[in-house]
Design a protein around this ligand. Sequence first.
Ligand SMILES: [Zn+2]
Length: 526
Amino acid sequence: MPRVLLIGWDGADWRILDPLLERGDLPNLKALIDRGQKGILRSTIPTHSWAAWPSFLTGVDPADHGVYDILETVPGTHKQYPVTYKSIKERTFVEDLSAAGKTGVYADVPLMFPTPDIKGKILAGGVLPKGRPYSHPADLADTLEKAGVPWVINGMSWTTYRHRPEPYLAEALEITGKRIRASEWLMDNSDWDLMASVWVSVDRTQHALSNYVGPDHPDYAKNVTTPLAAKVRDVYKQLDDAIGSFVSRTREDDLILFISDHGFQSCDRTIHMDHLLKQFGYLEFSASNVVFGPMQWGPVRNIARKVYDTLGLHGKVSLPQSVNWSKTKAFTSIRSTGEGVTINLAGREPDGIVDPGDFEKVRDEVMDRLSSFVDPKTGRKPVKAIFRREEIFKGKHADTAPDILMEPAEGYSLTHAKSAIEDADWVSGDHRPEGVIVAVGPNVKPFEQQPMLIDLAPTILAALDAPGTIEHTGRVLHEVVGGATVTKATPEVAIPGMPSDAEESSVSDTEADEMEEHLRGLGYLE
Ligand SMILES: [Zn+2]
């Protein structure tokens, strides 16, 4: 039976990889491309890892798995917590593979904490709280330690290395090297059907140092020949060596997939979406901010920054600004990338002030201001595309999506600034939807349709002849697996956040009515 080797480079983009391939820096990736097919893999909107990897894991859009940002809001409050595997409100292919008796090995796939109980091995990726088990089985981390290939969690918090590229790169190479050795051990010591590993050093490095590898950065031409550029390229060479090592562990009929969760574009200007909304008159910060001002706010910011770094959030989150909700009509609701804005709607938001009758008018105004906004320094528009929620999201969790979605224009990041708009400082790249895919295997032929990240889950299930339990939005990539399809099965385990069929049928409609009446009597329902 053929197996699947999946190698994910978080944030990889052909615009950056193509010149490296031409230089001869990525011989193992080149060999894969020569053996198979290369394409652009379209990401999700929003284009950040916290929405994208759950889409990879489920085969559905954010509107169907419910993860839009790195933080999720406790309904009815302003409290926010980092998202986890439990935030994914749809069943993943990981569980379907396991139910089909297939062994999956997952190394550093984001949002797999807390680890599901599956047949196989998991080293959870993404943001991990310290001191909590992050592996499956729980003693796997100890096993690796004893085997002399210890795993390392978190790290590469690129914002903490502001303008210190050398120590940042040293840490990226060291941590990634350890993870490569542990992954090789996992491949050698597991009877895997799927081996999936994700490599985040590409994303972290490109956020800070795209000006050394991104041909679309204005400083690229003068930077590319510097010794530092050579060190930045070592990040890619290290991962290319790992491709060679992993591929040497595959068999002739195995399917090999090389993907990214999103692409990347360079930026030299950045925005702070909440400050921009304030400038437009739609948002007010609370008095504490006004009284202390940005200078006094500095130390508090630094403490908050340290807390975020301890959690390994990699500076991906604009620090919470205390918003004066009674004077705020619109606020940033995708903090990871600034790509989402929500109207402070009365009756929906905890302190909403916009009357539902004015919702469309206010949203149109905000969209108009955002899309027509011109950067005073460059004369260019930072927002490339803007959408109403319902144009993008149709799924069952669309009601928790931002009201407005945006894509940044080339040269811009919609986050990372300290003021409404400013020059980029120690950030030189951010995400774009166009990611990468290379497929190698006995049935691989040229892509006829644009492959999407949401196609991976059904494609992997089809390749391994495992039934699926959910309706995938993505398609089986027949250009990758030939005629294989996904048969439908009923899940034996409950889909997180959703009642299982068994639970639904455990009470009759009459019983449900009686229970509701009782709950109303107890004050739980109105
Ligand atoms: Zn990123």
